[in-house]
Write a protein that binds this ligand. Structure first.
Ligand SMILES: *[C@@H]1O[C@H](CO)[C@@H](O)[C@H](O)[C@H]1NC(C)=O
Ligand SMILES: *[C@@H]1O[C@H](CO)[C@@H](O)[C@H](O)[C@H]1NC(C)=O
Ligand SMILES: *[C@@H]1O[C@H](CO)[C@@H](O)[C@H](O)[C@H]1NC(C)=O
Length: 451
């Protein structure tokens, strides 16, 4: 018998774990038919800059490979001089940290491979594997002059306990969490956000000026849905300006920018049953008082946003046919122990950048970024289930990633993959159950706490 939150009140989450459906294969006719039958509205929010081992490192749900279940994980303080000692992952993280970890392409290189300049050919040949050992070293290199060494090590290695992040703990216990979900690009925000909405960053490897000028005009989900008369809205915490525009203009095709709506309109639409078929929500970024969880914004402020969105969707009339996807753009330079896999190039573009050592590094967009927290939330998903690797349309068992969203939406709304990367990505339509007791899902998420 499934013990539900309804029995024990709002704070006691379902104690049993429903198995994922065994009958439907991802992308099969039966699975797509079931997806279309159950899901009429999709709500997607992309939060900022957190790795799985950071934000979900303290979640005890079985199947999540993290510090509390499988760790601790350690990094040397200095990659070349191990006599300096090491730092290991520990419970209790800061509500925010002041020293934003390096998450550019060279920063990710040293964090994953121990060098700013890894040999691309050796990576592709499988001869150079990420050790995920350089997070503390890079944080110390950047900030040792202004911050204590143990504080810096804690900033990148420590993790949030279940008690520190009650909303996220609720999502994990009541819905489906992905254990193997990676960002599309081992670099910063805007290229990753472009992968989510368009399946490529069009050769952009960093947050360059083109994003601010709406100069990326490759085919996007917004343009695609408009061409099919599928309704969508692009909501932002601050409509029409400020940091929200920084995200919203990531890819400008399909009037994604000019048709922006405010977040208060999202709450009205959710409670009153007026959500469009596709809802895209931009959190605010990135300093004190913003809600994306990006340093120096507080994790607890991000929890408030996620709770408010959940509560509005859950209590609105569209809940029974809604799929709410919560993901992150990238890992923000926080430690994660899972090596990011190789992935097909979305196009033939490359990105060249000077490393901190003044070498030139050229990236071909042929591997994924670090592992991220991602949940799918719906009355139609199992409670407390952890999904590991996916199976793509070629039958390969591979990691999920940013472009798994476009792969799945393509099945829901009948459009082809925009890029080879999207085509390669496993979809998650099979995690939508054929039968469920949707009354079992909590009416609201618990209150976030300040810590
Ligand atoms: C690591 O140790 C080496 C050798 O002592 C030193 O030259 C280097 O500056 C150290 N690197 C960092 C980032 O502290
Ligand atoms: C979308 O709606 C317009 C206006 O009603 C119509 O002309 C067009 O054929 C529709 N397109 C599709 C793909 O349904
Ligand atoms: C990359 O270039 C090659 C050779 O010109 C071409 O065959 C291939 O289709 C291109 N790939 C993509 C994804 O555009």
């Amino acid at each position: 018998m499934k013990v539900t939150a309804a029995v024990f009140g709002l704070l006691a989450f379902a104690a049993t774990i429903e198995a994922a459906p065994k009958t439907n294969k991802a992308g099969s006719e039966a699975s797509i038919a079931n997806l279309k039958d159950k899901i009429k509205n999709v709500v997607l929010i992309t939060m900022e800059n957190r790795s799985l081992d950071n934000l979900l490192g303290g979640q005890k749900t079985k199947g999540i490979e993290n510090s509390v279940n499988n760790g601790p994980y350690c990094n040397p303080l200095n990659l070349t001089d191990t006599s300096k000692g090491k730092a290991c992952s520990k419970p209790k993280d800061y509500d925010s940290i002041l020293n934003d970890p390096d998450h550019g392409v060279p920063g990710n290189n040293i964090e994953f491979y121990g060098t700013f300049l890894p040999d691309n050919a050796a990576i592709q040949a499988g001869k150079l594997k990420p050790t995920m050992n350089g997070f503390v070293h890079e944080q110390l290199r950047l900030y040792s002059a202004k911050q204590d060494q143990s504080v810096l090590a804690n900033q990148v290695m420590n993790y949030y306990t279940e008690e520190q992040v009650p909303v996220i703990t609720g999502f994990t216990k009541e819905f489906v969490t992905f254990n193997n979900w990676h960002s599309g690009h081992p670099g910063p925000t805007n290229p990753n956000r472009a992968y989510i909405v368009s399946g490529t960053s069009a050769g952009h490897g960093t947050n360059d000026a083109d994003f601010g000028k709406s100069a990326l005009t490759q085919h996007s989900i917004f343009e695609q849905l408009s061409s099919q008369n599928i309704t969508w809205k692009n909501y932002a915490t601050v409509a029409g300006g400020g940091d929200a525009m920084y995200f919203a203009s990531t890819v400008a095709s399909g009037d994604s920018k000019t048709k922006m709506k405010s977040l208060s309109e999202f709450y009205q639409d959710a409670y009153l049953g007026r959500l469009p078929q596709f809802t895209y929500v931009n959190p605010s970024c990135c300093g004190v008082g913003t809600n994306s969880m990006h340093p120096t914004g507080l994790v607890s402020d991000g929890e408030v946003l996620l709770k408010q969105m959940y509560d509005a969707i859950r209590n609105g009339p569209q809940w029974e046919n809604t799929l709410f996807i919560v993901t992150f753009d990238e890992t923000g330079g926080f430690h994660d122990h899972v090596a990011p896999p190789l992935a097909p190039r979305p196009d033939n573009l490359t990105y060249t950048v000077a490393t901190p050592d003044k070498d030139q590094y050229t990236f071909e967009f042929d591997r994924l970024g670090g592992r991220l927290p991602t949940w799918i939330i719906s009355p139609w998903v199992a409670s407390g289930y952890v999904e590991k690797l996916g199976v793509n349309s070629d039958g390969e068992t591979v990691s999920y990633s940013a472009t798994s969203i476009l792969r799945t939406l393509g099945y829901l709304w009948d459009f082809a993959p925009f890029t080879p990367r999207v085509e390669w990505s496993p979809s998650f339509d099979h995690l939508i159950l054929e039968k469920t007791n949707n009354k079992a899902k909590p009416q609201v998420m618990p209150n976030p706490i300040k810590f």
